[in-house]
Design a protein around this ligand. Sequence first.
Ligand SMILES: *Cc1c(COP(=O)(O)O)cnc(C)c1O
Length: 380
Amino acid sequence: MANISDQQSEITLRPTVAKINLSHLSHNLEIIKHQINGSKIMAIVKANAYGHGLVPVAQHLAQQGVEQLGVAFLEEGVSLRKSGIQLPILVLGGILNTQIQYFLDFDLEITVSSIDKLRQVEEVAVVKKKKAVIHLKIDTGMERLGVHSYSAGPFIEAAVRSKQCVVKGVYSHLACADDPKSPMTLEQMERFFEMLLHFERLQVPTPVRHLANSGGVLHFPQTHLDMVRPGIILYGIYPDMASHRILDVKPVLSLCSRVVYFKVVQPGRPISYGATWQSDHMIRVVTIPIGYGDGYCRSLSNRGEVLIGGTRYPIVGRVCMDQFMVNLEDGSAYNGDEVVLIGMQNGEMLTVEDMAEKAGTIPYEILTRFNNRIPRVYVQ
Ligand SMILES: *Cc1c(COP(=O)(O)O)cnc(C)c1O
């Protein structure tokens, strides 16, 4: 009769797993700390910690001494609180009136991006008899959220005068920092510093200033200020092909599966949906149990690669919802053999960056697409 531990072992017997290397995460954090010399760290764990698993990653980062966590949505902050995380948590995204009460209930810091939102937060705080901890969002060029830096004076004044709100931070987001040569970042910095003068003018202490995402951490030391907000670089991945590889970060996630089927395919017999690929000679083909239903990009059809026995082999035919096929040519593999989709095998390596390029997207999307059909296994 199956008990709970049997069920667990059945779950971990799913041949496809994402291995999350927590020592690499610690290593990356140390390297980033060294790079920012003295600024605090708000570790960004939105989108299931970039696919690495929200709660386990947050718990590990909390043990490693990050000062703060950042998430995109209220729900993510609530999950962290329900799992017992006590660090300060900033929700970076825009908010709706109906959500404000939950920020106060769960002790989450609020991004306030207009005078109107400030007033709404104040109203709820009065009713709840609580102070709201807020960060002011200033738009210096991203045109996404926040009060434009050139008209931020009245907004900042209203916020610092507010009796219900504690202005803990003031921040902006960089649009082009992953490219060290982009002049945009310098413009955004200039606008940010000019906006900060309002605090001096009002003769109030300047709150915690934060501006740098991974690109800022890597390329623009002047953006490090009081706190940095690294996301993808924490997970050991560079934000862009143009980024300078100046930090020795290590990829935290690797993705493995196993061969579940082997066959010989005759010349002229097309493979998978749409019959988009066929060989003109006899080949050996294996089937791998992962597909776009797991978040593995369908755009890797006829483009992606895997490692089996330390050799790179191409995906042939379309990626299906739950499986895809790989051409071994005259190579060999057996049912149950390990297949590496991201990571190292016998000295060969497949990176998230390569996969993103082949799939016509960015590493961020590759990582965040992996869904909860793929078990995460945490290794030290
Ligand atoms: C996602 C996000 C970050 C982290 O970005 P990375 O490029 O992954 O470092 C930082 N700040 C804000 C506001 C974000 O939305």
